[in-house]
Design a protein around this ligand. Structure first.
Ligand SMILES: [Cu+2]
Length: 250
């Protein structure tokens, strides 16, 4: 196989991994983010990745390879934007969270840029004029089937959560980027337990700072005992558009 074709083959594999990670994240949380455009951007990323995998595999035109680089670069840009300041589309993540998806996608997108970038180096652009071998066409078709299969699989199992939330009157479940119950009423002296059933980290931060959790990784809980009556509003410190209220009756 020619060097340039080998580079394209490896880049297509990296594009596929990046796309699958976004598809996974879409079905396991991000499709239910407060800002619907955030979820859509993950789905769009997966679809665009799948299309580019096929094109990069079977076509060698410079603009297709450039589109692959552009796609990976804009994904990295969005990744960086989500980790600084106010975030992007209501998403504010930290470092390499969610783990391990963030790290896998980061490595994959960088690999796409490097591998496709190398195809523009004249010494790498060896003769690649023979028609695409049959196995490349098969790999492209396999990619399309794989993306659809994973999408269908994840869409099907995304409904249920594996983490069982604490039962009882003083329980709030964090699921699909929301606090349930959004408004919880308890008696003074009650202890409220928040359980994060999302695959992503969340936190619980009172607007008046009277209670505040650390970042709660998936499956962990946070407790606070309400000793004074009143109405306490709180947000997720990572996704501030997630809001909840605890009403404490005297
Ligand atoms: Cu959150």
């Amino acid at each position: 196989m020619s060097t340039s074709r080998l580079l394209r083959f490896a880049a297509a594999a990296a594009l596929l991994i990046g796309g699958l990670v976004h598809l996974d994240l879409y079905f396991h949380g991000y499709r239910s983010t407060p800002d619907a455009n955030l979820g859509r951007s993950f789905l769009l990323n997966a679809i665009a990745s799948a299309v580019l995998v096929v094109l990069v595999l079977v076509r060698k035109e410079w603009w297709i390879r450039l589109a692959g680089i552009g796609m990976a670069a804009s994904t990295l840009g969005a990744f960086a934007a989500s980790r600084r300041g106010g975030g992007i589309l209501g998403l504010r993540e930290q470092g390499l969270q969610p783990s391990p998806q963030a790290l896998i996608a980061l490595v994959a997108e960088i690999a796409v840029i490097v591998l496709l970038g190398l195809t523009f180096v004249p010494s790498m652009a060896d003769d690649d004029s023979t028609p695409a071998p049959r196995f490349l066409v098969a790999a492209a078709a396999g990619t399309a089937v794989l993306m659809i299969a994973f999408g269908a699989f994840w869409a099907r199992d995304a409904g249920g959560s594996t983490v069982v939330a604490a039962a009882g009157p003083g329980a709030v479940t964090i699921k699909d980027f929301a606090f349930n119950e959004a408004t919880l009423t308890v008696s003074r002296g009650a202890t409220v337990t928040w359980t994060n059933t999302d695959p992503f980290g969340h936190s619980v931060v009172a607007n008046d700072k009277s209670f505040m959790s650390q970042k709660l990784p998936s499956g962990t809980t946070f407790q606070h005992t309400f000793d004074t009556a009143g109405t306490f509003t709180y947000i997720c410190g990572i996704h501030p558009s997630m809001t909840g209220t605890v009403v404490v009756n005297g």
